[in-house]
Design a protein around this ligand. Structure first.
Ligand code: FES
Length: 70
């Protein structure tokens, strides 16, 4: 289950979200969610309707592209 913490660093708030492999989360980018940093659907009630950022953590990393040999 995704967890998060918000801390102040040099006068700026930083939110860190930890996500497990295989997990999918919707992160709020309208700053109206009552469950920030996670989207709770509140964005749908506003005319600008900025939806969330969907983050998917793969179970296994994608393979790196092979470097061209030369
Ligand atoms: S509530 Fe903010 S993007 Fe959904």
């Amino acid at each position: 289950m995704a967890t998060h913490k918000t801390e102040e660093i040099m006068g700026h708030l930083r939110t860190t979200v930890e996500i497990e492999p295989g997990e999918r989360v919707a992160l709020c980018r309208c700053f109206r969610s009552k469950n920030f940093p996670f989207c709770d659907g509140t964005h749908k009630q506003h005319p600008d309707n900025k939806g969330p950022v969907i983050v998917v953590v793969l179970e296994t990393p994608r393979s790196e592209p092979e470097e061209a040999s030369g």
